[in-house]
Write a protein of this length. Structure first.
Length: 304
């Protein structure tokens, strides 16, 4: 296997970083370059990072960009396989990194992403999201799957994924200036270029969120903005409306299975707000800026 680079973007990560970087010491793969790119944290993140690697890059907070920051680190990295982790992801066991890079023995693989397990204190909505989107079986997706899976064909993850650097560069690297979705953007480029993406179920990390209803609205508003700005993705892959309906039905069954009848009203509100947020995001150009910033999870992005 060619040289590996692990890249971790950080911001105020002192509560996560020691646990994450210590866990890397127990990985079965030990020969990897570690790069931490920090957006001018106000806590001890940089001091902690320097205890583990000399490759600590500090950028201005205003310069942070979901795609651009990763693109900068990818260009600097020396590895042929680039493993990206967010600061709040935690490897499940000592084989996590080995398992996500093993799939690159197949030259057709452009990128892979691993299974995400929810933290114990995650709410039921967050737990269901992880179980629905990250099953226990490995999946390989190619251009031939577009008709069946639509946009899901290009699914990756910005929390835990690995990329073949040569393919990443061939397809234009991560795009600068995206509000979010740099993983889907890159996955779509790779699929259309004839490479395959692998969901690697035995490469596992803990990573989850307990979003409120309002946070869900804001997240889906930004997804709507992303799909509007990068309209070629839906034009090339189509929508995943069938998957969306399957998810909604699965979620209500999940709540009932766990005896959470009291959450059914919230389930209705949550999915209604997601839909409303997404539709408003697609029409963001018709909204005043003060409203856009109120609705957007990544409100600082609009200052650019």
């Amino acid at each position: 296997m060619n040289k590996i680079s692990m890249i971790i973007p950080t911001y105020n990560a002192e509560n996560y970083l020691v646990k994450l970087l210590d866990s890397n010491k127990n990985q079965s793969v030990q020969e990897f370059e570690l790069i931490i790119i920090d957006s001018s944290s106000k806590d001890k993140t940089v001091d902690i990072a320097k205890q583990y690697t000399d490759n600590v890059i500090v950028i201005a907070q205003s310069e942070f960009d979901h795609g651009g920051t990763r693109a900068k680190a990818a260009q600097i990295a020396k590895g042929e396989i680039l493993v990206f982790l967010t600061q709040d992801a935690l490897p499940y066991d000592e084989n996590t990194i080995e398992n996500i890079i093993n799939v690159f023995k197949d030259e057709k693989v452009g990128a892979s992403y691993g299974r995400q397990l929810s933290y114990e204190d995650t709410n039921l909505f967050g737990k269901h999201l992880r179980e629905f989107n990250y099953p226990d079986n490995t999946i390989v997706r190619t251009k031939d799957d577009i008709k069946k899976y639509g946009i899901k064909t290009a699914q990756l993850s910005n929390s835990f994924a690995a990329y073949r650097k040569s393919v990443l560069m061939e397809t234009g690297n991560f795009k600068d200036g995206l509000i979010l979705g740099e993983d889907v953007y890159t996955g779509a480029k790779m699929i259309l270029a004839g490479y395959c993406l692998v969901y690697t179920a035995n490469a596992k990390v803990y990573h989850s969120h307990s979003y409120t209803v309002w946070e869900e609205f804001k997240r889906y508003f930004d997804i709507g903005v992303f799909h509007k700005c990068e309209s070629w993705i839906l034009e090339s892959f189509g929508k995943a409306e069938g998957e969306g309906m399957k998810y909604i039905k699965s979620e209500v069954r999940y709540l009932i299975k766990h005896g959470a009848w009291y959450l059914l009203l919230e389930w209705f509100m949550r999915n209604g707000m997601k839909y409303m947020g997404y539709k408003l995001g697609q029409k963001y150009e018709k909204l005043p800026m003060w409203m856009i910033k109120k609705f957007s999870m990544h409100y600082r992005w609009w200052d650019k």
